[in-house]
Design a protein around this ligand. Structure first.
Ligand code: LLP
Length: 384
């Protein structure tokens, strides 16, 4: 249950809106950093999960670097205090404008996804008289056992460079004068809850590092991406992800060279549980087969259920009556505008406040103005 002390304050705010529990964010972030530091690992926070300025400034202060996927994310990270030396930049379609921006900032590394991209970065860096530090993003062909839209490490996906291309890419990089290979990069998918998947990733990374070693290449950095999932079913009992077990897996199964620095790019596991979408019930509609709770927030505010059939636990903040079964739906003209089906909720009436939980990652940032709706605003536990 969301901390009840906020409910009275929520009643004074125009719904729908995002609410962030900053205490929980800090606790989660500090736990992640402390567990990673045990092994000297670095975490770059994946801005794409939530690039809200207050969240970024908080994470920067706690000690994260940044993982960006656009020039605008790089600019946002810099504005929020992240040092360019700790910004990694990934993405299959980096444009010239974006590459030039990243070169001007002097970022830590470009995570390169194809040979034409590497050639282009080399050309643009040469024009500026610079040398760009790059990583090859590897497509390791490892199944992340997650939703097909958020699986990225299979050969059928558009991401990264596959093993059969290594010789060509290595030879090409050796011939280029304005790129400097410093790292290999892996990211196999998101919302991964089966820790065994990370063990499989480690053994694949070990094999691939061997291939590069056999070509005489020993790299000072290695980046294994993000992907660690959160518990959407139990946001209260599992507020903070098991970072301890996660980093232990890499410590146990991954073979690093001497002095090789290991990097992670976590997004969801850092911010997922600290956010909620707060909505108000507009109507309760009783049909013959179902009762619908119609709330004022919809798929334009939080698209994950419509896009991935994702579950976000709804919670009635203003009723303690016996539970009933409802479909909780939004106001938008699409049947997919539904937060949950056949969900138990305390008996609900018009005017009740419903929190849609675990909405800190990939929610506010994916909001749209579909149906010409307003973008939801954000409020914070330490400011309301
Ligand atoms: N690094 C790279 C290269 C990525 O592509 C991603 C996420 C991350 C790191 C961070 O992954 P995380 O730790 O957050 O799993 N919109 C989808 C998720 C898309 C993830 C895209 N890449 C969703 O709502 O589930």
């Amino acid at each position: 249950m969301l901390n009840q002390s906020f409910t009275e304050k929520f009643k004074k705010i125009q719904t729908p809106f995002y609410f962030y529990d900053i205490e929980l964010l800090k606790k989660t972030a500090q736990t992640a950093i402390a567990e990673a530091e045990k092994y000297g690992y670095k975490i770059h926070y994946a801005l794409k999960a939530n690039s809200n300025r207050k969240i970024l400034k908080t994470l920067k202060t706690i000690g994260f670097g940044a993982d960006c996927v656009s020039a605008n994310e790089i600019i946002r990270a810099a504005e929020c205090g992240f040092d360019a030396k700790h910004i990694a930049y990934a993405g299959v379609g980096k444009t010239d404008r974006e590459i030039n921006t990243a070169l001007d900032f002097g970022i830590f590394t470009f995570n390169c996804e194809s040979l034409p991209e590497i050639e282009n970065i080399n050309k643009l860096a040469a024009e500026k008289g610079k040398t760009a530090d790059i990583a090859i993003r590897i497509n390791p062909n490892v199944d992340a056992h997650t939703h097909e839209y958020i699986t990225t490490g299979l050969e059928e996906n558009k991401f990264g460079i596959s093993e059969w291309q290594f010789d060509e890419v290595i030879n090409k990089i050796k011939s280029l004068t304005n790129v400097n290979l410093i790292s290999l990069h892996f990211h196999i998918g998101s919302q991964i809850t089966d820790m065994k998947v990370f063990e499989v990733l480690c053994s694949r990374v070990n094999q691939i590092q061997k291939i590069f070693e056999n070509s005489g290449i020993k790299l000072p950095h290695l980046n294994v991406g993000g992907g660690l999932g959160v518990d959407y079913q139990n946001p209260d009992t599992n507020q903070i992800v098991d970072f301890k077990s996660y980093f232990e897996i890499f410590n146990k199964h991954l073979h690093l060279h001497d002095n090789q620095q290991l990097h992670f790019e976590l997004g969801r596991a850092i911010v997922g549980q600290c956010g909620s979408l707060i909505t108000q019930v507009v109507y309760v509609k009783h049909g013959r087969q179902k009762s619908f709770v119609i709330v004022d927030g919809g798929m334009s505010d939080l698209i994950r259920p419509a896009l991935y059939k994702a579950y976000h636990k709804p919670e009635n903040l203003t009723s303690a009556k016996a539970e009933q079964i409802y479909d909780i739906v939004g106001p938008i003209c699409e049947s997919s505008d539904c937060f949950a089906k056949n969900e138990k909720l305390n008996e609900t009436q018009r005017g009740d406040l419903i929190a849609i939980r675990s909405a800190g990652a990939y929610c506010e940032i994916m909001a749209s103005q579909y149906n010409l709706r307003e973008l939801p605003k954000a409020y914070y536990s330490d400011e309301i």
